[in-house]
Design a protein around this ligand. Structure first.
Ligand code: FAD
Length: 386
């Protein structure tokens, strides 16, 4: 380990690895990772198959300031990303409509990034406890008391989610310590817990059904999974990115015209397009006794219509231990999207999830991590050479 570098990259996740991979060889850099190996989240992502990106990268999929996010994703878009990995032997396949997954699973992604970053010194198991500003730049001190110095510092330390994979608040502490505003962080892409009024959902643990969830003006049609602790599944995870305290609305019968069932002879529970356990539980909850559809009275049909707009206020979320990402983070107001450099402190950069930019499910978060890192690498290269 040297003691002085041009650039220290704090965090060996998606963004830190991509930044290291794109640095000019003339830049003396160190990639610092608290875990024994870099890329822990890439390894578990997408069920081990890493959903790298999406064919439709649109601003509506991100929570954050579009005027900050757009130029970054335009400069390094999904075609660039897919081509970058393709050239390094990583095959991807488009699935579920528009999501790109890694055919050879996540280790292939980590391998490609590590190979491309091999010109940068990798310092594993160096968990940064403190960063001090010094005359020559920044001093990073590990939990074991080792230290190193760098002229510039790129904070690529991610969010607060999944602490068991190495997450820490160091990025937010550095930002706060240098006068940056922090947008209140919260777990996102996470399941939601329930109030007592919805405790009957718990009896459905393990059941999945297609729904449409609405949070204010946004809506997602996808699966909802009843879980022991509350509700989860892709529709809920996406909704959690936008949910603030208050009500959400779930359409448990998306696209179903109940009027068409009214004259049917068959029992309601067999005709409702819901998993059988869910149909029974909802009928019980709505105090409707099952029977031939044509024998149901108007009030029962009215209550059933309520399943198109079932409103309730979740109690909270499953928390950081289960959240795929953290929303909020370092405010983008004081970061330049052309360079990812702090406007408050020259030589300090922020990339990836530590920033107040969070995407929905579908590859949007890796795209952000990789694109922001590529923009930062250009700026560091230009400033070192220039
Ligand atoms: C289970 C799961 C599945 C996911 N699947 C997908 C997916 O398929 N597609 C997608 O787009 N997104 C997915 N995500 C989100 C995606 O992984 C993140 O948004 C992305 O990894 C963020 O990249 P990053 O580089 O900003 O942060 P990270 O990848 O989190 O990297 C930050 C790194 O910094 C290190 N670090 C933190 N603090 C310190 C410290 N004090 N000292 C030293 N090192 C430190 C951490 O150990 C970590 O390696 C998933 C997340 C999870 C948890």
């Amino acid at each position: 380990m040297r003691r002085y570098y041009d650039l220290a990259i704090l965090g060996g996740g998606a963004s830190g690895l991509m930044l290291a991979a794109r640095l000019d060889p003339s830049v003396s850099a160190v990639l610092i990772e608290g875990n024994r190996e870099p890329g822990a989240k890439i390894a578990v992502s997408g069920g081990g198959r890493c959903n790298l990106t999406n064919a439709h990268i649109g601003m509506e999929r991100y929570r954050g300031d579009p005027s900050f996010i757009r130029p970054v994703l335009k400069r390094y878009d999904q075609q660039w990303l897919l081509e970058w990995f393709r050239q390094r032997g990583v095959k991807t396949r488009r699935e579920k409509g528009a999501q790109y997954f890694c055919v050879d699973r996540s280790p292939a992604v980590i391998r490609a990034l590590r190979e491309a970053a091999s010109g940068v010194e990798l310092l594993n198991a160096f968990r940064v406890r403190e960063v001090r500003q010094e005359a020559g730049g920044f001093r990073l001190v590990s939990e074991r008391g080792e230290s190193l110095q760098a002229r510039r510092l790129a904070v690529a330390s991610g969010g607060l989610s999944f602490p068991k994979l190495g997450a820490s608040a160091i990025g937010l502490e550095i930002a706060e310590g240098t006068g940056h505003r922090i947008v209140r962080p919260a777990p996102a892409l996470v399941g939601l817990t329930l109030q007592p009024a919805q405790s009957f959902f718990k009896s459905l643990s393990g059941v999945a059904t297609e729904v449409e969830i609405r949070v204010r003006e946004r809506r997602w049609r996808d699966r909802l999974l009843f879980a022991h602790r509350g509700i989860s599944g892709p529709a809920v995870l996406n909704a959690s990115l936008w949910w603030e305290r208050g009500e959400i609305s779930v359409d448990f019968l998306p696209g179903v015209d109940l009027g068409l069932l009214r004259s049917e002879k068959k029992h309601l529970s067999t005709l409702l397009p819901l998993p059988r356990r869910a149909a029974k539980a909802f009928l019980e909850h709505l105090e409707i006794s099952d029977g031939p559809c044509r024998h149901l009275n108007a009030s029962a049909w009215e209550r059933l219509e309520g399943l198109h707009d079932y409103r309730f206020a979740p109690a909270g979320t499953f928390g950081y231990s289960k959240a795929e990402v953290t929303r909020g983070g370092v405010s983008t107001e004081e970061v330049d999207p052309r360079t990812m450099e702090s406007r408050r402190m020259p030589g300090l950069y922020f990339v990836g999830e530590v920033l107040d930019v969070t995407g929905e499910l579908g590859g949007y978060n890796f795209q952000w991590a990789f694109s922001s890192a590529a923009v930062c690498a250009d700026a560091v290269n230009a400033s070192m050479i220039g």
